[in-house]
Design a protein around this ligand. Structure first.
Ligand SMILES: [Zn+2]
Length: 392
């Protein structure tokens, strides 16, 4: 498993947005590994993309048939990796020259998402070697474009009509150190820049100006209070359990102490529980800004820097959640906990179409960082969980 993971890491699969060539070479390497294991069927679903040399963004599905062919257990991992970032920060090895140190495999894409990819493949190899047929067909999907929005990856596969409401979906692309955390929900994200425009003046004559800094602060505090009061619901699945509304970045205004600022900029990072409509939140933000404009004569502009709407959470009592909880208890002997975190994986696209999906794997969360690594014991132990799922 370690050798296979290292072979995969050696081939960069970077998106054209980051000036990469895409995933084709890596997909071809992976196909050789899959063919050697002997799946029942391997299919390609390429998405066309003019921006990469091959014009193709590859998606592979490897099937291992079960007793019941109609029902499927999907394990979905992504081929693409993020760029290595600052070279000098890679102190253990170069990003695409994997190495093993203290039972950890270092390299870009080792944890995200190579570990889960290899673990899912070798879980099937183990079943084959033991002549075990799974209860339902197992479909391993290896998708492109996860890091840049999944248009050429999982969204392309969903468009082909490959998924049913009864399918069981595992996306091993997030988790915690002991493998006890099952993610079933995510918060919506809303990032804002609040720009308050008044009138600059000498600080000895504030009556001649309109202090944008004071009005900006008053608005930010009022907004902070209003949002926390109105959107106060708690959901214990999440950590923290409530929506968060944080004033964060503060842009510089004037150069001297004796100037009344004519402009003031404060940014907000809001993470909103999926129970709330993000458009309603945004309306309230605009409403309060208008109130302040009338009251003060300043202009308050709200710019949305990022907005991602969380889909409805996966039902905590859905079959895949129950099966995975049982697998974790039996194989790991830890108490599984279900919850919600950041989000932004392939699972969100399944939740959007009402197919229950869980995010789970065992990782130290080194993804997207220099010196990214995967623990060899996690490779093996996560494979055991996948194998257990196929026969439960
Ligand atoms: Zn990932």
């Amino acid at each position: 498993m370690a050798q296979a993971l290292m072979e995969i890491i050696r081939i960069p699969a970077i998106a054209p947005e980051n000036l990469g060539e895409g995933e084709l070479r890596k997909a071809e390497k992976l196909t050789h590994i899959l063919e050697a294991i002997g799946f029942d069927e391997i299919k390609r679903f390429d998405a066309e993309d003019e921006r990469v040399p091959s014009k193709k963004r590859p998606n592979i599905i490897a099937y291992y048939y079960g007793e019941n062919k109609a029902e499927k257990l999907w394990i979905i991992t992504h081929l693409d990796v993020v760029p290595p970032g600052e070279d000098s920060l890679w102190t253990i090895t170069k990003p695409f020259e994997p190495t093993i140190k203290e039972e950890q495999i270092y390299g870009r894409g080792s944890e995200d998402n190579g570990q889960s990819m290899i673990a899912s493949i070798f879980a099937i190899e183990a079943l084959k070697n033991l002549s075990i047929r799974p209860k339902r067909t197992v479909a391993l999907a290896f998708v492109a474009d996860e890091e840049q929005g999944s248009k050429y990856g999982i969204q392309h596969l969903i468009k082909q009509g490959l998924f049913n409401k009864d399918d069981l979906i595992v996306v091993p692309d997030g988790g915690n150190e002991n493998g006890s955390f099952i993610e079933i929900a995510e918060k919506s994200a809303l990032w804002l820049r609040v720009r308050t425009i008044g009138r600059q003046a000498h600080a000895s004559r504030p009556d001649k100006g309109l202090n944008a800094h004071r009005i900006g602060m008053e608005y930010a505090l009022a907004l902070d209070k209003m949002l926390h009061a109105k959107y106060s619901l708690k959901d214990e699945y999440f950590d923290p359990p409530e929506s968060t509304f944080e004033p964060t970045k503060k842009d510089k205004n004037v150069d001297a102490v004796n100037i009344v600022p004519g402009e003031d900029i404060t940014c907000f990072d809001c993470r909103v529980l999926p129970n709330y409509d993000i458009e309603e939140v945004l309306n309230d933000i605009h409403g309060l800004a208008e109130e302040f404009e009338k009251k003060t004569g300043a202009i308050i502009k709200i710019e949305v820097l990022q907005k991602s709407v969380a889909p409805k959470p996966t039902d905590a009592n859905s079959k895949i959640v129950i099966m995975l909880k049982e697998a974790i208890k039996q194989v790991r002997e830890v108490e599984p906990k279900i919850g919600g975190i950041g989000g932004g994986t392939c699972a969100a696209f399944f939740r959007k179409i009402g197919v229950p999906a869980v995010v789970w794997c065992t990782i130290d969360e080194t993804a997207h960082q220099p010196n990214e690594y995967a623990k060899i014991e996690n490779l093996a132990n996560d494979a055991k969980i996948y194998a257990f799922l196929t026969i439960s």
